[in-house]
Write a protein that binds this ligand. Structure first.
Ligand code: SAM
Ligand code: SF4
Length: 328
């Protein structure tokens, strides 16, 4: 049975950031230069992550997701996948990745026990991709998507962060992919986190506007039944085999259904994406805490989950953790 927080929300989902490093520098997430990565010692070892995951699963969490930074940029991540897949009680094991390194790793990840991937892709235009990520090649992501499909990491979901003036003119192109290629695309509102906090605010496009663009091109969307407990609301264009999801952290609060915890690469357990305070599991672990002590600390993080985030209060202070350290 999942553990309940103080607002009676069942906590079923742990997002694990395996590294704060990334091979890209997406404009809304990281600054172009001058990001000091965590030192090697600061980052949890795979054995440490697996131990914490096992204890969190022991409290009723059944769904794990690896994220980053870029999870595929950490060497041997399939070894971690295998450790997590072997924990009794894990029913879903997924990854969020930018997809640029996926082509060479999809098979090994699937063999190790990964079930699904979400691939972040904000544009279908090669030059724009390079500009928005400051380093990436669109062809690598497309190869990664194909490899994920072949490896059975399905259904692959595409995450598109919609930013005014950067890629909002491609919303209809992405929506068309759900009809022509059966893609599952989720349109995400840009959040005031990370590198371009000010820019993100200027580039904010409310879900209602994205949806209106899609409906103007394809007609009314139909809601997909039972679309899960996550933050996305799912729809379909008439006749499409793929689906359209909207994730609206700002325009439509989904905190009342929040079921997750986040573990940062340096072992901090965050009650909420916007938490300025986290529970320092790494120090406990490395001081030799036993399983009971660690599980009490996890319970404390669950108890500290706030009713909701306060993203609408605007950009966070300079001390707040960037998105690339939390993992989205
Ligand atoms: N590197 C991986 C990737 O890009 O998929 C995993 C980590 S990334 C931080 C996870 C997700 O957060 C991505 O889908 C990314 O687009 C999203 N993200 C990053 N910064 C964001 C922001 N300011 N607003 C909304 N989404 C953001
Ligand atoms: Fe890297 Fe993902 Fe952030 Fe882009 S969104 S810079 S790929 S961590």
């Amino acid at each position: 049975m999942p553990y309940l927080d103080s607002f009676n929300r069942p906590i079923e989902y742990l997002r694990i950031s395996v590294t704060d490093r990334c091979n890209l520098r997406c404009v809304y997430c990281m600054p172009e230069e001058g990001v000091a990565p965590l030192g090697h010692e600061a980052v949890l070892r795979y054995e440490e992550i697996a131990r914490l995951a096992r204890l969190v699963v022991g409290l009723g969490v059944s769904k794990l997701r690896l994220t980053g930074g870029e999870p595929l940029a950490r060497k041997g991540v399939e070894q971690l996948v295998a450790m997590l897949a072997g924990i009794p009680g894990v029913r879903d094991l997924a990854m969020t990745t930018n997809g640029t390194l996926l082509a060479g790793q999809a098979d090994a990840l699937a063999r190790a026990g990964l079930r699904r991937v979400n691939v972040s892709l904000d544009t279908l235009r090669a030059e724009r991709y390079h500009a928005m990520t400051r380093r990436g090649q669109l062809a690598d992501v497309l190869a990664g998507l194909a490899a994920a499909g072949h490896a059975g990491l399905a259904p692959v979901k595409i995450n598109m962060v919609v930013v005014r003036g950067l890629n909002d003119d491609e919303v209809v192109d992405f929506a068309r992919k759900t009809v022509r290629d059966g893609w599952h695309v989720r349109f995400i509102e840009v959040m005031p986190l990370g590198a371009g906090q000010a820019g993100a605010q200027a580039g904010f496009v409310p879900t209602a506007e994205t949806r209106a663009q899609i409906e103007a091109a394809f007609g009314p969307l139909t809601a997909v039944d039972g679309s899960g407990a996550g933050p996305a609301r799912y729809y379909r264009i008439a006749g499409a085999s793929g689906s359209i999801g909207f994730i609206s952290p700002l325009s439509e609060h989904f905190c009342f259904g929040c079921n997750r915890l986040r573990l940062t690469a340096d072992g901090q357990l965050m009650p909420c994406l916007m938490s300025e305070r986290a529970i320092d599991l790494r120090s406990l672990l490395r001081r030799g805490a036993n399983d009971d002590e660690l599980q009490s600390a996890v319970r404390a993080a669950i108890a500290a989950k706030p009713a909701g985030h306060h993203m609408d209060a605007g950009p966070r202070g300079p001390g707040a953790r960037p998105m690339s350290r939390i993992g989205g």
